[in-house]
Design a protein around this ligand. Structure first.
Ligand code: HBI
Ligand code: FE
Length: 292
């Protein structure tokens, strides 16, 4: 997800894409991938949604080494026509959204250092590929991501990127989904985080609220700490119907004039699936960033 600072300034898609050059990864890089992969697949047991594990298998990812996009893309293209392309890091929103609209997912080409195992500012290949790509094998989620890219172009034209970034944050990055009677993780930011994968479901502190498009578009977020509230969708099909089968632009105009919400509050209009204790944010209000 984009909240880093070193954004490449290239505006065209071609100028953002680089060769992955799989041969450049060192033994340490492969070992870091393996350590993260092993730890995360273990902590995600009974926490990540079944669609995620299906995607991991379809892609053929393993702890053995950093994935080679050439090989991984054969499976991904066959599943939903998506492909992963390598980028040096965060890229401007315009080429980013264009890529998504063309079923191209930009993945950071670098992997974190062993001392950064638990948190890093900028999305690396582990966050992008382990976190985001498995669900791109799911047809409904793949459609959602492409429609999100398309909506991004309109958002740039109508100064609505702030709202769309919230939809990205509370679904693609930190979304929860029903799996039968259980609530499971699908957001890449949680899937790729050892701490948040446990906190989001096991810790009594966060609220679990039924996803609602207007509520999400009007709810800010902090980029540098765990969420105070998570939004739960019923399915990727329903997420797509609820969000992207209607024009967004009028919503931006309307919501700009209305009060925005914080992730701490619960509104009378909220469908509360689990009211949290809020304990985490009482004792650890460590956010150094402003509400987005
Ligand atoms: N660049 N590489 C990369 N990855 C992202 O997730 C990303 C980005 N640039 C912009 C961006 N995300 C945001 O503008 C959107 O998520 C709103
Ligand atoms: Fe991300």
């Amino acid at each position: 997800m984009a909240e880093g600072h070193a954004v490449l300034q290239a505006q065209s898609v071609e100028d953002c894409i680089i060769d992955q050059n799989w041969g450049h990864y060192t033994a340490q890089d492969h070992a870091t991938w393996g350590a993260l992969f092993t730890r995360q697949t273990d902590v995600l047991q009974n926490r990540a949604c079944s669609e995620y594990f299906t995607g991991l298998k379809t892609l053929g990812l393993s702890a053995d080494s950093v994935p080679d996009f050439e090989i991984m893309n054969r499976n991904l293209r066959a599943a939903t026509g998506w492909e992963v392309v390598a980028v040096p890091g965060l890229i401007p929103s315009k080429p980013f959204f264009s890529m998504l609209e063309n079923r191209q997912f930009p993945a950071g080409n670098f992997i974190r250092k062993p001392e950064e195992l638990d948190y890093l500012e900028e999305p690396d290949i582990f966050h992008d590929v382990f976190g985001h790509v498995p669900l791109l094998t799911n047809p409904a989620y793949a459609d959602y991501m492409q429609a999100y890219g398309k909506a991004g172009q309109d958002a740039i034209a109508h100064k609505g990127v702030k709202f769309l970034a919230r939809l990205n944050w509370y679904t693609i990055e930190f979304g929860l989904i029903r799996n039968g009677d259980d609530i499971r993780i699908y957001g890449a930011g949680i899937v790729s985080s050892y701490g948040e994968a446990r906190y989001a479901l096991d810790d009594p502190s966060p609220n679990h609220l039924q996803f609602d498009l207007e509520r999400v578009l009007r709810t800010g977020y902090y980029i540098d700490d765990f969420q105070a509230s998570y939004f739960v969708i019923d399915s990727f099909e329903k997420l797509f119907e609820e969000c992207l089968e209607r024009p967004f632009v009028p919503l931006y105009e309307e919501y700009k004039t209305l009060p925005q919400f914080t992730p701490f509050e619960i509104l009378d209009s909220d469908r509360v699936l689990r009211k949290g204790t809020g304990e985490y944010w009482k004792t650890f209000p460590q956010t150094k960033t402003k509400l987005k």
